[in-house]
Write a protein of this length. Structure first.
Length: 145
């Protein structure tokens, strides 16, 4: 499971208005869905709350998830959003976990991934936290299979 949110999303709404905030949401969702389709992961994207999203990945390990998140980050850098003659640089913070034997319910997995998302945000944003380890995005990407 991967959970992410758009860093400082409120700033987009406050500076440009809610219509632009909606464009930012659509841009992110489109790019994430595109990457999930292009890499063949068949991951499912769900919006959870205002600017938070969940990606469910089946039959993927942590390394696969890390590669997918790196690819999403690269796509956001390579395809910026231009609105009102401005380039809006959007960054994301991620939490990543896997289903574990000791998980008794969905809530166990959900709480863990949510905690990891907040570790990324509290570590300066624009990062991913995988099973409690905060990482920066990688420049040299490995293709997931």
């Amino acid at each position: 499971m991967v959970m992410f949110d758009i860093d400082r999303f409120k700033n987009f709404n406050d500076r440009y208005g809610h219509e632009i905030g909606d464009e930012v949401l659509r841009h992110v969702a489109h790019l994430v869905e595109r990457e999930l389709h292009l890499d063949g992961s068949k991951g499912q994207l769900f919006r959870y709350g205002g600017e938070e999203f969940i990606i469910l990945l089946r039959d993927k390990n942590l390394e696969d998830a890390k590669n997918i998140v790196n690819q999403i980050n690269k796509a956001l850098k390579d395809i910026p959003l231009f609105i009102q003659d401005s380039r809006l640089d959007v960054t994301l913070s991620f939490g990543i976990t896997v289903l574990k034997k000791e998980d008794r319910s969905f809530n166990d997995v959900f709480k863990r991934v949510d905690d990891y998302l907040y570790e990324s945000k509290n570590s300066g944003r624009n990062k991913m936290t995988i099973e409690g380890k905060v990482l920066n995005y990688e420049a040299n990407l490995k293709k997931s299979s």
